[in-house]
Design a protein around this ligand. Sequence first.
Ligand code: FES
Length: 86
Amino acid sequence: MKPKLTVEICMGSSCYSRGNSESLGIIEQFCEENDISAEIAIKGCLCMNVCAKGPTLIINGQTFNGVNPACVADLLKFNLRDTAKQ
Ligand code: FES
């Protein structure tokens, strides 16, 4: 089965230290709790070259800057709902 979402999360030092380390754990926990690990492909990268705007992640090609870990689960839910409409 092809993943519904591809989540690219920046693990560069700037993004990592400002929230993406926590966001990664939240994404993994969200997948486990909802039994949707096969539907979400998680990729890490070392820098997306927008450090000043971070923490940054990209969901299905759409860039989200200044991502607060508290919002990550909602971002996933919103984007999963979006793909369900297609
Ligand atoms: S460290 Fe994330 S954009 Fe550079």
